[in-house]
Each structure stands twice: as C-alpha cells, then as structure tokens.
Design a protein. Structure first.
Length: 310
C-alpha cells in the first residue's frame, strides 16, 4: 500500500494491493485488511466484484519459505567458507578466491535478514520505521554489491589476485552499492502499524523513481549489456567457457523481479489498463519472482561450491 501517494489511483490499485511483494507481507495485516480478505468484499470494476487472495496465500507460505531458504543458505555458505579455507587453489580466474569470498559475504548478509522477515510475516513488524528502513538498506546493499561483483568478475582479471588494486576495487564496489541502496531505505516504511513495506511513498515521487531506475539498471540492463558483450567479444566468451557463467546464476534469478517492478510501475501509473485479472495475476507473478530471487542466497554458494569441486 502507498500510504502517502499524492496521485489518485483507481479502486483496483488500492484494493488489490498491486504493489505487494514478499517484502511487503512482512507485517501482520491489520484486522480491517483481514476482514476484507476473509469476506471477499472489494470495490467493483464496472459492477463486477474483484477477489484477490494474494495476501492470505503468502502470509501462509512466506514464513516457512523464508525459514527453509535461510537454513539452506547457512549450510551452503558454511560449506563454501570451509572449502575456501581448505582448498584455495580450487578458485582461479575468472572465479578467483577473492571474488568468491565477497559473493559469499553478500549472500550471507542477505540470508541474515531472512529470520527477521519471516518473524515479521508471522507476527507483524513491531520494531518501528528505523529498523524497517535499515533492513531494506542492507537487503538492497547485498543485492547491488553482488550485481557489481558479478559484472566486475565477468569483464577482466581484476580478481586474479588479492593485491592493492583488487582491494581498492572491492572497497569502491561495496561503497557504490551502499550509496545505490540508500534510496531503497528512504522509500520504505511501516504501513498499517505492523507492515514493513518496500514502498510507503507515491509511485511517482522522485526518490522512488530513482530507486526503481537503479534496480532496473542493475537487475536488467547490466546483465543484458554484459550478455551482449560476451557474445561479441571472444575473450569474454572464453571466460564463460572457463566457468564464469556460473556466477550469473544470481542475475538470472533476479531478472524476473526487475521485470516485475516495471510491470508494477506501469499498472500503478495507469499506463497499462488495470483490470481484475491483471492485478490478481500480477500480484502472484511479482511475489513469485521475488521468491525466485531470494533463492539465490542458497543456490549461489552451492553453485560456486560445485564449481570449485569440479
């Protein structure tokens, strides 16, 4: 829900929670929302009632999903850390030890947030606006840092060794990712008292448009550009043949979510005609796409571990 949207929205947008996703169900919805979903009473589109069961569905599914994913991520990250310590020679360019260690750090930071999110889904978010914004800041910081690491690891030999040059690059990438994640913290907030949502501002506010643009650049445009470059440059194709393509698992899992954010923007701004079916299916598609992205914190370390063992 957009608590402070300055632009009028259609009843369908308000009632079907068009902007809802896995992060936005972190709160225990108020009794008014619960009564609305339980009674299936929504405003009409041309006198046709619209029923959207997205929120009750994901309130049941999200807590166990996040808990299982967190456990899998902890096991995979632990195994990857042990392998990095015991078999450092297994990771050479283009998936060097320094790069793999930083990717493991990014997935560990992401997975560390999942218990709080699972508790927020099951019991409601009662920690206030500050911790909510901090959670979204760390969530996107880890996400953007991994995207930048994947891109840097696919375009050169900067991670071939851990020297002053690669250390400066690491500091620059993590600092840039933190800066790029700042708008995510500014647009998030607490709605309905117990819901930590990723967008508590209007869809057309400058801060949200900036945040959306950054997400699209890092989750859609960046991988598309790198893919075209790899197809055009033989040296980059050789790095893929050597195994660098495995770390693209991250971008592949988050790509659908980036596309979902585009769809959300088009529906919320009215550039696409909202209907009962469009919002019902879009809510489900956006939630599933974010769930697919969340899987990266477990599948990413596992894929890197298998690559090193081979």
């Amino acid at each position: 829900p957009d608590a402070h949207s300055p632009h009028p929205q259609t009843p369908g947008i308000l009632e079907t929670q068009g902007s809802m996703d896995l992060e936005e169900i972190m709160g225990n919805f108020s009794s008014a929302y619960d009564d609305t979903y339980n009674n299936d009473t929504f405003l009409d589109y041309d006198a046709t009632p619209c029923h959207n069961h997205f929120c009750p569905l994901f309130q049941r599914v999200a807590p166990p999903f996040l808990a299982v994913t967190c456990a899998a991520a902890a096991l995979a990250s632990g195994a990857l850390l042990v392998a990095l310590l015991k078999r450092p020679q297994a990771w050479r360019w283009p998936r060097s030890r320094a790069l793999v260690a930083q990717l493991a750090l990014g997935t560990a930071l992401f997975a560390a947030l999942l218990p709080a999110l699972a508790a927020g889904v099951a019991r409601g978010w009662h920690l206030g606006t500050g911790p909510c914004r901090l959670t979204h800041l760390l969530w996107h910081w880890s996400l953007f840092a991994q995207a930048l690491l994947v891109a840097s690891g696919s375009c050169g030999t900067a991670w071939a060794r851990w020297d002053p040059r690669s250390r400066r690059l690491a500091v620059a990438l993590w600092a840039a990712a933190l800066l790029l994640a700042t708008p995510a913290a500014l647009v998030s907030g607490v709605a309905a008292g117990t819901g930590c949502v990723r967008r508590s501002v209007g869809i057309l506010t400058p801060t949200y448009v900036l945040h959306l643009s950054l997400c699209l650049c890092l989750l859609l445009l960046l991988p598309a550009g790198l893919l075209l470059a790899a197809l055009a440059v033989p040296r980059l194709r050789a790095s893929w043949a050597a195994g660098a393509g495995l770390i693209w698992l991250f971008l592949g899992l988050w790509g659908p979510y980036g596309a979902g954010l585009v769809g959300e923007f088009l529906l919320q701004t009215g550039l696409l005609q909202p209907t009962c079916g469009s919002f019902k299916h879009f809510d489900l598609a956006l939630g599933l796409s974010e769930g697919l992205g969340v899987l990266h914190c477990g599948l990413g370390p596992l894929a890197l571990l298998l690559a090193g063992s081979c």
